[in-house]
Design a protein. Structure first.
Length: 274
């Protein structure tokens, strides 16, 4: 076990006992958000032919010439799940860039304080509920920072996430116009929770939402988290809830491993890209 996780585990116990603050301050600690931003994975369509890998934001700034990037790209801020980056993160970034979208994926695990909040083996989460506030802070910071980059089309920035990243996408809110997005995509979340801060959709009417979920997703077996995001949507603004109720997809949590689901996402993004 790494030193960071030993510190986090000890801090979690103390927090439960009411005995300490988080070691690195609040979720909105600028240094912590900057760490997540610098460690973000970046994939840009015009660089894919030259470098078929994903760089971190820090590597992009320090090692590669931004003069190679032609034009401004509609950009997806992609939020990883509760266990961080995995091979599926890269596959999602690749189908998005093939579809004409740049992708920036903040890495919340790059923070000095980021406790374990779930177990994929047992399909259980909520170990450290303040994680959602951390993820929301990292999302807002990434949206605002992305809009300052010369290769990002600031009028066409989107928010998308899987699992805990999907919860973040659904619940993120800000009164800052610099943190607004054109639309949101939720993968693997029902918008139902016993915790009010995890429940529903906080997108304003101006931000349509697409959600995809398996009807028998193993993460959502309990009465309090079954369902889908449809009942929380504004049906007049182009939002759509897709629930897979038949075939293998009904039991899946990782829906965007499927080509047809990927095409649904691309059609939705294109419909809301100027």
């Amino acid at each position: 076990m790494s030193h960071r996780y030993i510190v986090c585990a000890a801090a979690q116990i103390l927090l439960l006992l009411g005995g300490c603050e988080t070691p690195s301050g609040s979720a909105n600690d600028p240094m912590e958000m900057e760490r997540a931003w610098n460690a973000a994975l970046v994939r840009i369509p015009t660089l894919v032919g030259k470098y078929d890998i994903d760089f971190t934001m820090e590597q992009q700034f320090h090692r590669h010439n931004y003069g190679e990037i032609e034009g401004e790209w509609p950009t997806v801020i992609y939020m990883h799940g509760c266990e961080g980056f995995w091979s599926g993160t890269y596959r999602r970034m690749r189908f998005l860039t093939k579809g004409g979208y740049a992708v920036i994926a903040p890495n919340s695990f790059a923070r000095q304080f980021y406790p374990k909040s779930c177990s994929g083996d047992s399909y259980t989460g909520g170990f450290y509920r303040p994680s959602l506030g951390i993820r929301q802070a990292d999302a807002g910071y990434a949206i605002a920072r992305a809009k300052t980059l010369g290769w990002v089309d600031e009028d066409n920035v989107f928010l998308m996430g899987h699992s805990q990243g999907g919860i973040t996408t659904a619940t993120f809110s800000s009164s800052d116009p610099g943190k607004s997005v054109k639309a949101r995509v939720i993968e693997g979340w029902t918008c139902n929770s016993p915790w009010s801060e995890h429940k529903g959709i906080n997108a304003p009417e101006s931000e349509p939402v697409l959600s995809l979920v398996g009807g028998n997703d193993p993460w959502f077996r309990n009465i309090y988290n079954k369902g889908d995001c449809g009942s929380f949507m504004d049906g007049s603004n182009g939002s759509e809830s897709i629930v897979y109720r038949t075939g293998r997809m009904k039991n899946r949590h990782e829906l965007l491993e499927n080509w047809n689901a990927q095409q649904i996402v691309l059609r939705f993004l294109r419909a809301h890209t100027d």
